[in-house]
Ligand binder design. Sequence first.
Ligand code: HEM
Length: 458
Amino acid sequence: MPSPLAGSSEELAGRQVGQAAPSPVLPDGPRHPRIVQAWLWLKKPTWFLDHCSRAYGEVFTMRLPLGMNLVHIADPELVKAVFTGNSDVLRAGEANAAILEPLLGPHSVLILDGPEHLRQRKLILPAFHGDRMRAWEAAIRDITRAETARWPQGQPFALRPSMQSITLDVIMRVVFGVDGGARRDELRSHIVTVIGIGRNPFMLLATRNRKLGPHAPWARFIRARDALNAALAGQIRERRRAADLEQRSDILSQLLLARDDEGRPMTDDEVRDELVTLLFAGHETTATSLAWAFDLLLHHPRVLGRLQAELDGGGSEYLDATIMETLRVRPVVALVDRHVREATRIGGHTIPAGMVVCPNIYLTQRRGDLYQDPAAFRPERFVGQTPPGFGWFPFGGGIRRCLGAAFATFEMRTVIPEVLHAVTLRPASRRPARIRRESVTFVPHDGARCIVTRVGRS
Ligand code: HEM
């Protein structure tokens, strides 16, 4: 079968010799004015995606202001074609750089493409090796226990901020190797400031590089980012000199010890940019996935009961299935994007250069032909079953697949049982939370509110 993303470089460039060139035509999509589509995409993202998918099928174009066209793809065959396609033509770094570079820095693995991207990936990946992760388990448990001990009893509270606190402390400990004391508090406060300002990226971008005074969001962001970078630079210099560097299990120490194919270490600037990347790629995503897991579990008592019974018996199969099902039905990142550098054929469409192709996680993972009753939360579907090929990709795919996927899953496998052991929870509302967009992520609209009904298991 020909690849849905077939073509020589000339064909991909839309210049087939001796034949009529395939004229680049964007797939069909909603006809509303661009500004209206942008509003729907920002404010009613799941409604808009469901609507587009019903009206236009598994490939459609969303047209946004400033000539930005997003070609959404929700067909596993085409998703596979994008993930395994030519990464020089379908560039993820370029697609991410416009928004993320000021925060993550020029060396970030998320914004690089080509050989530089692969070099950073190869330097980072070994630090997340499975054996190393087991060394972090006790720390993750301790951090979770300390957090649950602070929860109020009998009063509704939002779980998501609590999960953010857990995952931030885990990153401080596991990624930065900072354990406690004034250094930890200083670093944490810089991070919290940057995250706070970054919560509204659209306001940030609107004031970017404009001279609007020292209190404008962009100016405050630059100050906060520079302060964080300075604190991290100090941490890196200090760690390079640490006598126990080789024995340490944290990611920062591993990055300092890493060598590329030519035997070169990472520079301090590279290490700093990757630390910031791991922090921002890994903290909110994992926290929100945990919040979704609890929101779903608490609203599905039968699932929760089965999970607790399994955990009491020392098993973990249903726990794994619960995590997979949470990431399927509530993906925190709804889509990934690839910037199209040259006209490219995808399925029956020739996508012009300059467009953004988006394998759509949310829509693909809700296909009725892949998952029976796709909107329902049913971990059973993954018990003893592997997910359909390219029908489950909450961590993206190909050479850009999430570097922290195993770590995020490990953290969820550790935090969920620890919380269920520490407290008995009930949901604060009758229905599961609605999906709301926050920046580029899908989050529970109410932060996943719940109530502690007793300390310990009932
Ligand atoms: C449940 C939690 C998480 C989710 C849902 C998630 C999801 C994703 C997605 C969708 C991508 C883009 C992949 C693509 O373009 O194909 C990505 C990239 C990435 N993630 Fe995660 N992520 C999570 C946790 C983490 C953690 C804990 C870390 C590290 C501490 C991390 C580090 C990264 C990095 C470095 C990349 C860039 C990879 C590259 O461009 O080569 N993520 N993640």
